[in-house]
Design a protein. Structure first.
Length: 364
């Protein structure tokens, strides 16, 4: 898969931008703060419909603009796909897939998969459990529209139940809560099952990459599923849906007081261990960085091995954070795929390609 061209209007630092992209390496060079990351952030948004920086949509709109627009044409073995997103300063965003609203926005992640390598990827290990949940969910969505749909259904059900809890507290109608609890239980089981399957599939690939670039390949997941407890062998209980429903009902009073849903896969902690020890607390900074790199390489390997077209790869200022041997390892382990690379120091790059100079809202 490749991105033929990208257009931005009123997005971040860009009043207007059009790029015709190379099918190989696309390198964006510029000083910090000039807008290099904004370009790859826009590309990732076309796949995931969210900022990889965690920014809200209104923060993506250029100062003085009424809206931000991102457009791009992707080509793959099955043909070309035009993805268009408009983010207005007020009202709902508008998403178009080949000129029509997609049936499910979540389908984009599997139709136009994107793998990102970011400077703060070490947060996959050092940071909170949300980082690792997102890692598994993003990989599941890139591989399966069904998994992406379950994630969207869970998000919707949680949003509706939480709204009842916030608005009514102890007076929240229990019949209405029960309706959303049933949906959380069903979609929560699907999300948990998808995460565990991805964890099982990714574990040997992560270990292999880590062994090649880090030395010790004794790596495993340690999945703590909230009130469901530890998931031994990455095998979910057969009665997961029933247990979720019972736990949600039992937690209603607590949730009414806290005005939030405390049961479900959104509370899970998918940890990783290195040589039997928690990588978050016991691994060194170098080990965490290498393991995070292995996790991203595994993402690419899994998606590329299961699709007729490799995913688009985004590397945002990654090589400046790596020593030369690890930088070379990243390049050596990426199959032939379109890449978009940002850097403030082109001399650090172990690759060549089509180069743009980025400055003051212009890339040329």
């Amino acid at each position: 898969m490749r991105l033929e061209w990208l257009e931005l209007g009123g997005f971040r630092s860009y009043e207007a931008l059009h790029l015709d992209l190379d099918p190989g390496n696309n390198i964006f060079v510029g000083d910090n703060g000039e807008g290099k990351t904004n370009i790859v952030e826009a590309v990732a948004y076309l796949s995931r419909l969210r900022s990889f920086r965690g920014a809200p949509d209104n923060a993506l709109i250029r100062a003085g603009s009424d809206s931000a627009v991102i457009r791009g044409e992707f080509t793959a073995h099955a043909g070309s796909h035009l993805v268009e997103v408009e983010l207005p300063s007020s009202g709902r965003r508008r998403v178009r897939w080949n000129g029509k609203q997609p049936k499910r926005f979540s389908d984009l992640a599997s139709e136009v998969p994107v793998i990102t390598f970011l400077p703060d990827d070490v947060g996959l290990l050092k940071g909170g459990p949300a980082n690792r949940r997102d890692y598994l969910d993003d990989l599941a969505a890139a591989l399966s529209p069904v998994a992406a749909g379950a994630q969207a259904d869970l998000t919707k059900a949680l949003k509706q139940r939480n709204a009842l809890l916030r608005n009514f507290g102890r007076e929240a109608p229990e019949d209405d809560l029960a309706v959303w609890e049933a949906q959380i239980a069903a979609s929560g089981k699907a999300v948990l099952d998808a995460r565990l399957q991805i964890a099982k599939d990714a574990q040997p690939v992560i270990a292999a990459f880590y062994g090649e670039i880090g030395g010790n390949d004794d790596i495993s997941w340690a999945y703590q599923a909230g009130r469901l407890g530890d998931i031994a062998g990455l095998e979910a209980p057969s009665d997961t849906e029933d247990r979720y429903r019972d736990l949600l009902a039992a937690a209603r009073r607590l949730d009414m007081d806290r005005k939030m849903t405390t049961i479900g896969p959104h509370r899970d902690d998918p940890g990783m261990t290195l040589a039997g020890l928690d990588a978050r607390t016991h691994a060194s900074q170098g080990e965490q960085r290498t393991l995070a790199l292995a996790m991203r390489l595994a993402s690419f390997e899994l998606v590329a091995s299961r699709r007729p077209d490799p995913p688009l790869v985004l590397l945002d200022d990654v090589f400046s954070e790596l020593d030369p041997s690890r930088a070379r390892s990243v390049v050596d382990h990426l199959p032939d795929a379109q890449t978009m690379i940002t850097t403030a120091r082109p001399e650090d790059l172990p690759v060549a390609g089509r180069t743009w100079t980025v400055a003051q809202g212009v890339a040329e």
